[in-house]
Write a protein that binds this ligand. Sequence first.
Ligand SMILES: C[S@@+](CC[C@H](N)C(=O)[O-])C[C@H]1O[C@@H](n2cnc3c(N)ncnc32)[C@H](O)[C@@H]1O
Length: 262
Amino acid sequence: MAGNEAVAARWRRIPFLRWSFWRLMFGIRRLTTEWQVGDGREARLAEYVVAHARRGDSADVIRVIDEYGYNESFLINVGDEKGRILDAALAAARPARVLELGTYCGYSALRMAQAAPAARIVSIEFNADNAAIARRILEHAGVADRVTVVVGTLGDGGNTVETLRNAHGFCAGALDFVFIDHAKEAYLPDLQLILQMGWLRRGAVVVADNILFPGAPEYRTWMKLQEGRPWRTVEHEAHVEYQSVIPDIVMVSTYGAVDGVR
Ligand SMILES: C[S@@+](CC[C@H](N)C(=O)[O-])C[C@H]1O[C@@H](n2cnc3c(N)ncnc32)[C@H](O)[C@@H]1O
């Protein structure tokens, strides 16, 4: 990287110097209700990926999305730094069936498809526009046959649970891996619903993003209380996506890692 470019890249990692970060923060209320920033950046991402990433090359699509997140508009993907923690958890778990809560534009679903090449992934997203963007990107990356985006939410009183059961074969012990990255207040109730359904197999891994920022304190406290009975959790320190200033934590929790679980 040439000197000037290296300096520019370092400056782009300071979020407070980027208009696209402030635009996102000003629209935070809308972002946490409608789940798009409101300036069209998510739709533009799909155009950018199709224009700049090699078709059928998932690594190149991931590279181009990160490039967009750093150089064009800040995005709420898990991002490259925390994404590597997710990749490592998948490589260790080698899951066959993965559930994601919170698709957004499909970045983490794509990373998971790449890190777990044998996995079938179902990703739940309640914003239909985000789901359409994600499907377009996943199709461009060539993983649409292994990654299904379901429009819905586990908290809708049973509809999405029924879809997962009837159309995707979710049954007792069927899930090897869950990535939780949706509304922060839904982390704990949705995990508890998954447990109630008995979907997690012994040894399944649950990864949760944004534990510090915006923060999922109830989930973190609950997991701490479950330590050793039957969960085992490792907290990974990192930063909020696409910058290097605001700290964040990714929790990687293994279910039934000790005796005493069904
Ligand atoms: C932080 S983004 C997900 C980022 C994505 N996992 C990635 O790393 O590329 C959160 C997404 O969750 C969706 N969402 C929020 N609450 C939800 C819920 N209760 N059920 C399903 N999706 C939800 C939002 O619409 C948004 O697209």
